[in-house]
Every structure is written in structure tokens, then in C-alpha cells.
Design a protein around this ligand. Sequence first.
Ligand code: UD1
Length: 429
Amino acid sequence: MAISSKYYLRRIMSRFIIKGKRELYGTVKISPAKNAVLPIITASLLAKTPCLLEEVPDLADVRTISSAIEILGARVEREGGGLKISVPQMVSNEAPYEFVRKMRASFLIMGPLLARTGRARISTPGGCAIGSRPIDLHLKGFCLLGAQIKQGQGFIEACADKLVGSRIYLDYPSVGATENIIMAASLAKGMSIIENAAEEPEVVDLANFLNAMGARIKGAGTKVIRVEGVQELYGASYSVIPDRIEAGTFLVAAAMAGGNVLVDNVICEHINPILAKLRESGVRVEEGEGYVRVYGGGEIKPTDIKTMPYPGFPTDMQPQFMAMMTLAAGTSVITETVFENRFMHVNELKRMGARIKVSGRTTIIQGSERLSGAKVKATDLRAGAALVLAGLAAEGITEVGNVSHIDRGYENLVEKLRGLGAEITRKDD
Ligand code: UD1
């Protein structure tokens, strides 16, 4: 599954051309969650026998993490829509920079690699440029499990003959740190207790996958997670949860563009905060068994939003809601508390006529009646999604550049939107 540099070159040069003001109608099926799949792929490193992930989205991030674990000795094969992952033998302890620089989630290799082999060396992470995104809490966890940490120029190394269960308090409920520590603790000797853990559905999905492999994890989805270490873990077949952020993105798309869209393959409970804020914004949404129907095109009411760890409003939906609030009948305030530099879409939205002021971690969005198509650039994954949504609702043509960011996390976005009647095409230069 090696990534060819040609693939990346092609993606870097791609752009989306959107002719706005087309209403959306029909059904869109949501893919499995990127943020659940990535840690689940790295967790497969812990299994002695092959794992089968039943459906895995074809995303740039999935290719990157797959290639990174292949370097370590894993074999990753596409089987239908899923992935078969086997690790006949670990051949390396090092996740090289060429992968880690592309995606911060590569750091999720460290926990399983350390637990399986006693040594893990990882380049310092890259990924979306949405803040400094430190990894101190991951390292604190490994340290408390008995690992020795060495930090050098551009790399971090953790070593332990045997990890030992411990009590770990996270100063912030970091998703990645919770996941990395759960994975490492699964093969540690004795009981680990993670306090102030992240409660995100993707953490629960990872714990369910590990439990299917033979791990003993309780409390995932609450603030306290208990992991009783086991000696060995074995392969499992697993079906990953749907992507709540992709679902939210399509809901906002229909709310902004107008029309009537059924967003299928959704766990409604996971998108409660998104549905709540859509309703507050005056958008009509109806929840069904595994789906949500949205009726778009009505007046959008100004709505204040503050991003928080789950079950708060997700930071990964902040840019898309900001795009929607540019068309609201009044002024909204959006406060970003999770990442310190997540307003890079603001200047691009302004190019389309949006009226937004930034003050520290707060933005004030003065809604207007229309956006105008313009040439804009995706600066990170969700910022890119927000620009696509703005383009769907804008008058005229919008050209979104740098869509390699969007390819990291949205499977077949152009095809799915076209299936709903949007006029969007991809141009590979
Ligand atoms: C994950 C998601 C990302 C989402 C984010 C918050 C994946 C692959 N990515 O990222 O899409 O936006 O959760 O929901 O699942 N922090 C520290 N020290 C640490 C770790 C994190 O201070 O050791 C801080 C970060 O700088 C940030 C905050 O904690 O301000 C949240 O980060 P975290 O929850 O770790 O996000 P990720 O796991 O990186």
C-alpha cells in the first residue's frame, strides 16, 4: 500500500471549482470515522494475529498511517471496502519523518509500538497547522507507565522493558493522549486508571476494538477509564462508527445551500451538539433511526458557539458553522477553546464577502444576505470544508485551492456533493 510521491504531487495541485446557489436533494451515506479509523489501525500493531476492519474510508490520512505501520513490519491489504492488517514480525521501531510530518495522528503509533516492542522512536508530529499541539500529555502517560523518554532534535524515543499499570491524571482531556495511553496500558502489567480522560465517541470505538482483541478496558466514554493489562492481544473483525464530522458537514451544506437531504449512516447521539446548534440556528432537522433529514434554505438565525471537548460542541465543526453564520440574519460570536490557532478560514471567508472580526480566541460574525464566489485556499482540513460550504451557497464561481487538506479527511466529497445536485468539479493541474 506504499504511497507514491506522484499521488501526493497530484493532490497538492488540485482544486475544486464550485458553481454556487444549487439546492441539494437526495441521500448521502456517511463514511466510517477518520478519527476512529486512525487509532484503530495503529492499535492493530498490538495483535498477534490479523485484524479485519470491515469498512475503511479511502482517505489520504488512512494511506499515510497504513504506510507508516508498514515500515514497522505490518502488512496492510485492501479487502473490498475494508482493510486486513497483519503484523508477521516487527522489523523497525521507528516511524520516520516522511510520514509523521504529513499527519500528527502518526504519533498514535507510539503507544502500541512501545507496548509491543519495548521501544518506540517517532519524529516530531506534523499535521494541520492549527496551533502548537503539544504532546506532553502522551509522554506524561508513557512516563507514568514506566517508560523512559528521550527527546532529541526532531524525534522522541520511549523505552521500557515492561510497562507497568499506573494512575494517570490528564491535565486536559486530550483525545490523542487518552488513546495512546489506553493502547500502551492494554499490554502493561496490572491496572491503569486514566483520570480526566477524553470522552469522544472515537475513544469509545478504540476501546471497543481493543476489547474485541482481548483487552480489558472499562469506562471508555466517561472521565475515568480503567485498563487492566493483559499478556497478549489477538486479531479481531471490527466495524468502525460513522464519521460524525462528515455528517455535520453535510447537514450544514444542506442548511446553507437549501433543499432537502437525508444524511444516512449516522449515530444521532454522537451529533447531539451539532443538531442542537442547527436547531438554535433555525434549521429544521428530523432525527430518524440511523439518519438525519435536513430541510435547508430557511432563514439562518445568528447563534453563539463555544467549542469544547465532547460532549461539547466539536472544534472540528467550528469552521463549517462559521461559514453558515456569515449568512445569518444578525451577529454571532464563535469562541474556540480547544485549539489556539483555528481561525485560518476567516481571511478566506472574507474574500467571499464575509464580515468577521477576530479577537484572540473569539470571532464576531456579522451575517449578510449573500456571499460571492472567489478564489480561496484551504489552509487545513476543516477550514477547507468550510470554504466548500461557502462556495455552495455563494453567488457565482468559487475556486478552492490546496484541496489536498480536504482529501485527508473527506472520502469522495466531490462525488457525494454531485450526487446531491451540487455543481462541483475537481481540477488536477
Ligand atoms: C483529535 C482529532 C482532531 C480534533 C481534536 C479535538 C484525531 C486524529 N484528531 O486531535 O480532529 O480536532 O481531537 O477534538 O482524532 N494537548 C496538550 N498536550 C497534549 C495533547 C493535547 O496540551 O499532550 C492540547 C492540544 O494542544 C489542544 C487540545 O489539547 O489544544 C486538544 O488536543 P487533542 O484532544 O489531543 O487533539 P488530537 O488528539 O490531536
